[in-house]
Design a protein around this ligand. Structure first.
Ligand code: TYM
Length: 363
């Protein structure tokens, strides 16, 4: 596995120590050390299969970033239990999510992909960070407000402290960049604040992470209610497209997409449905909005909806095939997630040990 997690600074410091000890002039290794690749971390909840929103907002970028960065990705099953879960279903959803991420192109030769509950450092760091997080800042989280309305019968403490666990996920690896959709931006700002507060109190410990939000697709909207985010919890199944939907289902959902009473295919304020379809089309084809406007000049919404559906279905088809093949190979999946949990633990344990020292725990 090619993830290089060595710290250049540490190598250089140990070179200096050696020099002092043996009194020798060592060759300067500084020139031989390639600049450290930045580290990417991101996570996704195993809430059944993923939507087109998850795919365009996050996974497509996770995939691309593997070329230039050290990437660590995680199926966040511990986050999932902040809302009620049926245990057998959660177990299945977690394995499905793992297989689906592999099918989407997460490459274990270049990246680490693990299941959150397998790596104990996340929960341990979360506790420490909770002592550097203010009650008031958690109360401002819009996702907490939304979710506590949706799950009014179970506003548990985990739902409230969820962003701390998310901060722990990221900070446990000293991630530089976090690819997410826009809906996670506020949580990321909290992670940055917590890191800065901890660093201010105990001395530089954590890298303050930056969000990585793609230009197109960072907020894919519901096909039925294009002013709200596409989400699998939508009661109307025509509002979201799943990555593993078959071609007929995808085209049917796009054909039924809500648009407006005009007929012009153009990206403009107030045309939420068309704007969303143009965004999806652009994300899959790489075409600019201008090109799309030219190509569909004189054509109706009906033609455009079918074109979007076809492009999406064709691009997702190989993922679906790969997923169906992987998900039945339980032994292979077990091997992958077990090995990757060990790798993730090794990296995050180093950071956690430093944190324990900094806060004054006896080692
Ligand atoms: P989750 O599981 O809700 O979503 C996973 C990723 O998909 C993005 N996303 C979308 N992007 C565009 N349009 C949409 N309609 C859409 N719906 C979802 C989300 O922004 C996210 O990037 N708390 C996180 C999971 C998490 C995490 C982390 C992320 C836990 N720890 C550490 C980053 C780093 C969540 O619930 O995402």
């Amino acid at each position: 596995m090619g993830v290089d997690l060595s710290l250049d600074k540490e190598k250089l410091e140990s070179q200096d120590n050696l020099k002092n000890k043996v009194g020798l002039e060592l060759p300067n290794i500084q020139e031989d050390i390639p600049p450290r690749k930045k580290l990417i971390f991101s996570g996704i909840q195993p809430s059944g299969t993923f939507t087109l929103g998850n795919y365009l907002g996050a996974i497509i970028n996770w995939n691309k970033l593997q070329d230039d960065y050290n990437c660590i990705y995680c199926v966040v099953d511990m986050h999932a239990i902040t809302v009620k879960q049926e245990p057998a279903k959660l177990r299945q959803n977690t394995l499905d999510a793992y297989a689906l991420l592999l099918a989407c192109g997460i490459d274990l030769e270049r990246s680490i992909l693990f299941i959150q509950s397998h790596v104990k450092t996340h929960a341990e760091l979360s506790w420490i960070l909770s002592c550097s997080t203010q009650y008031g800042e958690l109360g401002r989280m819009t996702q907490f407000k939304d979710k506590s309305q949706k799950h009014a019968d179970d506003i548990n403490a985990g739902l409230f402290t969820y962003p701390i666990l998310m901060a722990a996920d990221i900070l446990a690896y000293n991630a530089d960049l976090v690819p997410v959709g826009i809906d996670q931006k506020q949580h990321l700002e909290l992670a940055r604040n917590v890191a800065e507060r901890f660093n201010g109190r105990y001395g530089k410990t954590f890298t303050v992470p930056d969000p990585y939000i793609g230009e197109v697709g960072s907020k894919v909207m519901s096909l039925q209610e294009p002013t709200t985010k596409m989400s699998k919890s939508d009661k109307n199944a025509n509002g979201f497209v799943l990555i593993i939907d078959d071609k007929d289902t995808i085209i049917r959902k796009f054909k039924r997409a809500v648009t407006d009473s005009e007929s012009e295919i153009v990206f403009r304020e107030g045309k939420d449905g068309i704007n969303n379809l143009m965004t999806i089309y652009s994300a899959f084809t790489g075409q600019s909005f201008e090109q799309i406007v030219n190509d569909f000049n004189g054509k109706g919404y009906g033609d455009f909806k079918i074109a979007v559906g076809e492009v999406v279905a064709d691009k997702l088809f190989p993922i679906r095939e790969k997923y169906l093949q992987l998900v039945s190979d339980k032994e292979y999946l077990r091997e992958c997630y077990t090995e990757n949990a060990v790798k993730a633990l090794n990296v995050s344990q180093r950071v956690l040990s430093k944190v324990y020292r900094k806060v004054g725990f006896v080692s």
